[in-house]
Design a protein around this ligand. Structure first.
Ligand code: FAD
Ligand code: NAD
Length: 479
């Protein structure tokens, strides 16, 4: 007889572990199956995000930023430091400690919420004799067991896309996990893809002294962001010495004794480049390898993602899917919100997720953040809009911090003034974007933001002034 649960979650990333905790909070007997093995050879809960994604990348971004500041920011404040050095063992060790703290923390949360964690590869078998959905778990030793539940939530996440002509070897040609674990600063780092990972991890190693060349296939830089914001960011990255080659198509990458030899084609024809390490960051694909038995009935779309309806239901009775494995942006907070919503739907409650207000943040220097529509999207949709902008150069706090770069751009409906999109590049915008999200979630207007008191002197005054600027009445700039 297989052990029975109310809910089985396959995958303990930010989508799966959050779904499991919420389901348990709602009184459902819950199991969570995950196969991720940490650096210590033991189960490490938290998925890509905690182990090789959001958390370790932010740890290294913060460490590298401290080092960069010594040479590029301290002198402005009258502080000088002779001959600063980075101890790589401490640099990477600090990151590993943070990862362990948080992956271990999920284990404690599971215990506190009475979620049963299974370590192994989960496979949805389909309906068992008792009518429950059966999941087979294969442990690292090959031992198998079957558990069952009325509801199964698939949260198997995503993995990096591998290019056939630049295959990962884990040493010279690496994915995100490899680029979070270099044992020394590469003298020359090549990056394929000027997307979120390329920019964040490219910045980490640039700040420590690597010569970084990013090769991007598209002719436009950061096409998903608002064009004005992307333009400002591109200028700042160029000033920092990040070399970003647009409209450049990689033809081949080959690891040799003296480095990785690349050939790529740009507007001037075929080019070659030799680097010490190559990070390939050209996007991620939904990961469903070994997840579904042949007759489980769950469908995949043309991009290999699990097909779900607007309630994240797969169409197979009692089978749901969330996070990077399904449509929508591959973001931790998107997966977590889906996890909460699905657990609530299973428990017969009113789950909710608003895909229109999911914030995006890129943790570079300056940071980039946005929520809602870009100006181009509004134009293409024929929606009439007004624009307000405000530069951080006119914000006292930003100048005092010596970080007066970038701007806040606000888009509001031309007739109703409803806030449709907010786009930022500058200091601390990863935090400032929350105000825009809350306003949009409450269907607020630019005037609502303009009428709210913002503390002085703070970076949030840029949000306030941009809202005033929508109505051509910003105080600290010409309108
Ligand atoms: P995952 O986190 O991928 O977790 C899936 C889990 O399921 C894994 O542990 C996997 O081992 C397990 N699994 C898969 N199949 C099975 C199976 N059959 N049986 C058992 N276990 C299985 N997002 C942000 O929002 N902010 C950021 O700052 C950010 N930074 C990132 C930085 C990097 C370098 C990377 C790579 C990603 C980053 N992301 C960020 C994206 C974020 O990590 C993902 O969107 C998020 O982890 C997706 O969560 P998930 O739970 O759907 O999947
Ligand atoms: P991405 O989609 O952000 O960027 C990939 C880039 O590679 C694109 O600009 C694309 O045009 C380019 N590209 C694709 N094929 C190419 C080729 N053959 N040659 C050159 N360029 C090519 O993907 P990513 O950076 O790998 O990140 C994956 C996902 O992880 C992101 O989409 C995001 O959802 C998530 N992530 C989020 C954060 C964050 O929220 N701060 C950080 C890292 C990752």
């Amino acid at each position: 007889m297989s052990e029975k649960f109310d809910v089985i979650v396959i995958g303990a990333g930010p989508a799966g572990y959050v779904a499991a905790i919420r389901a348990a909070q709602l009184g459902l007997k819950t199991a969570c199956v995950d196969a991720f093995t940490g650096k210590d050879g033991k189960q490490a809960l938290g998925g890509t995000c905690l182990n090789v994604g959001c958390i370790p990348s932010k740890a290294l971004l913060d460490s590298s930023r401290q080092f960069w500041n010594i040479a590029h920011n301290f002198p402005v404040h009258g502080i000088s430091v002779d001959n600063p050095k980075v101890d790589m063992a401490t640099f990477i060790g600090r990151k590993d400690k943070i990862v362990k703290q948080f992956t271990g923390g999920i284990g404690q949360l599971f215990k506190a919420n009475k979620v049963t964690a299974f370590y192994g590869k989960g496979k949805l078998l389909g309906r068992g004799k008792d009518g429950g959905n059966e999941v087979e778990i294969t442990g690292s030793d090959g031992a198998r067991q079957t558990i069952s539940a009325a509801n199964v939530i698939l949260a198997s996440g995503s993995v990096p896309i591998e290019l056939p002509f630049a295959k990962f070897d884990g040493k010279a040609i690496v994915d995100n996990a490899g680029a979070l674990d270099f044992t020394e600063v590469p003298k020359r780092l090549g990056v394929i893809g000027a997307g979120v990972i390329g920019l964040e991890l490219g910045s980490v190693w640039k700040r420590l002294g690597a010569e970084v060349t990013i090769i991007e296939a598209l002719p436009e830089f950061l096409a998903a962001a608002d064009a004005d914001i992307a333009k400002i960011a591109a200028k700042e990255f160029a000033k920092q010495g990040l070399s970003i080659k647009l409209n450049a198509k990689l033809n081949k990458a080959e690891a040799k004794k003296d480095g990785v030899h690349l050939t790529y084609t740009d507007k001037d024809g075929e080019q070659s480049l030799v680097v010490d390490k190559l990070l390939v960051a050209v996007g991620r694909r939904a990961y469903t390898d070994g997840l579904l038995a042949e007759n489980a009935g769950v469908k995949l779309d043309e991009r290999g993602r699990i097909v779900v309806d607007e309630h994240n239901h797969t169409g197979v009775d009692g089978v749901w899917a969330i996070g990077d494995a399904v449509r929508g942006p591959m973001l931790a907070h998107k997966g977590s919100e889906e996890g909460v919503a699905v657990a609530e739907w299973i428990a017969g409650k009113a789950g909710h997720i608003n895909y229109d207000t999911i914030p995006w943040v890129i943790y570079t220097e300056p940071e980039i953040a946005w929520a809602g529509k870009t100006e181009r999207e509004l134009k293409d949709a024929g929606i009439p809009y007004k624009v307000g902008t405000f530069p951080f150069a006119a914000i006292g706090r930003a100048v005092a911090m010596n970080e007066a770069v970038g701007q806040v751009k606000m888009l509001a409906h031309a007739e109703t003034d409803r806030l449709l999109g907010v786009h930022m590049v500058g200091p601390g915008v990863s935090e400032l974007i929350a105000e825009a999200v809350v306003t949009m979630e409450f269907k607020g207007s630019a005037e609502d933001l303009a009428r709210i008191v913002h503390a002085h002197p703070t970076l949030s005054e840029a949000v306030h002034e941009a809202a005033l600027s929508v109505d051509k009445r910003a105080i600290h700039k010409g309108n």
